[in-house]
Design a binder for this molecule. Structure first.
Ligand code: HEM
Ligand SMILES: N[C@@H](CC(=O)c1ccccc1NC=O)C(=O)O
Length: 331
């Protein structure tokens, strides 16, 4: 039976803390991953997930801790990519082409490392454990009609007061790092289903929306970086045979490869286990893991915890990445 009401003893402090943090009152990527980690020992290498300790998990399983730890290590490794692209922007402003190439080549190496870390997911996180035990806790309250939450969750504040609220579930789409990488490479995302060149049917894409689930300072950093990011414009207008253009294309390929690895993981951790779930579950027994499984899964209606039609969304996002290699039209 789906519980639709969050009692005041949880709602009231949660709402207060969320206002303080500038985040929606729900389980977010910053809360689950970024602010929930420590190290096995001082000075241990945080870019190795075996060195990351997660303070809280819903299930107490090693699988869940590892699931979060992999992202923490990706974030830590990604710091180098942020530094490199800030240097690259500066090198372009200074007309220092050899520095631009150096930064782009090193950036590609970091992206390949991010993919290597991501591929370690299977080492300690078992797909059925993820799908059946962990994933229900990562669900949101938006788009959960089939799970028995047509109006979301009622956040009770006592004496009959309170409000119905709907929030996206936790998702790595809320990672500031990955959105930074896209801005750095000039990757443009459209709403799912929109074609490049067509007028977008939605003013805000899912990935834009996910910025509301990032810490305020991260959001401001992305907004600022968008105003100075010049690498794609510069590189794609250099001759195709130039080192700058080639190094840029290689970086876009590395980002595309990262997304390809991720798509394979999603197939293994969500699509496959969902097919094994009986399609005869009644709505009373449906949760986020099962609400879009069975018959609807085979019709391609599987949803991510963030609420996307996951495979269509992820493939479009990957294809949009590749398109960053296209020359920027000069107005
Ligand atoms: C078992 C592991 C994972 C699964 C099953 C998974 C699943 C998903 C799904 C279904 C989405 C679609 C958005 C939504 O939730 O509706 C998504 C988005 C995303 N995931 Fe994962 N994810 C996993 C691990 C990771 C990790 C470790 C990273 C990176 C550190 C990552 C990076 C992303 C990003 C960046 C997005 C937004 C789409 C994009 O920018 O390409 N995911 N993930
Ligand atoms: N979107 C994923 C869940 C996911 O990737 C996630 C959810 C909450 C916190 C972190 C996540 N990703 C990696 O740590 C899903 O649909 O299962």
């Amino acid at each position: 039976m789906t519980l639709r009401v969050l009692p005041p003893n949880i709602s009231i402090p949660l709402l207060e803390v969320s206002v303080h943090l500038g985040l929606p009152p729900t389980a977010t990527y910053p809360g689950l991953n970024l602010w929930n980690c420590g190290l096995v020992a001082d000075g241990a290498d945080i870019t190795k997930p075996e060195n990351v300790v997660m303070r809280h998990t819903f299930t107490g399983t090693t699988d869940e801790a590892w699931f979060y730890a992999v992202s923490v290590s990706v974030e830590a490794k990604g710091v180098a990519a942020i530094q490199l692209m800030l240097e690259c922007v500066q090198a372009i402003d200074q007309g220092n082409n050899s520095k631009v190439v150096e930064c782009l080549r090193a950036f590609s190496e970091v992206l390949l490392d991010l993919g290597r870390i991501l591929q370690r997911m299977h080492e300690r996180c078992d797909p059925p454990v993820f799908y059946h035990r962990i994933r229900p806790f990562l669900a949101g309250s938006r788009g959960m009609e089939k799970a028995g939450l047509p109006r979301g969750v009622f956040y009770a504040e006592g004496d009959g007061r309170g409000s119905w609220r709907q929030y996206s579930g936790g998702s790595n789409a809320q990672s500031t790092l990955i959105q930074f990488l896209d801005i750095a490479l000039g990757v443009k995302h459209l709403a799912t289903g929109d074609r490049p060149g067509s007028k977008s049917s939605k003013t805000q894409t899912y990935l834009d929306e996910m910025r509301k689930y990032m810490p305020e300072s991260h959001r401001r950093f992305l907004e600022h970086f968008s105003t100075i990011a010049n690498v794609q414009q510069y590189a794609t207008t250099c001759p195709a045979s130039s080192d700058v253009h080639r190094a840029f294309d290689a970086a876009v390929d590395a980002m595309t490869a990262f997304r390809d690895i991720h798509i394979k993981i999603v197939a293994r951790y969500i699509v496959r286990p969902s097919r094994a779930v009986s399609c005869e579950l009644t709505s009373e027994h449906k949760n986020i893991a099962t609400a879009s499984s069975g018959a609807s899964a085979t019709r391609g209606e599987l949803k991510g915890t963030g609420g996307t039609n996951l495979m269509a969304f992820l493939k479009q996002t990957r294809d949009e990445t590749r398109r960053a290699k296209d020359a920027v039209p000069v107005c």
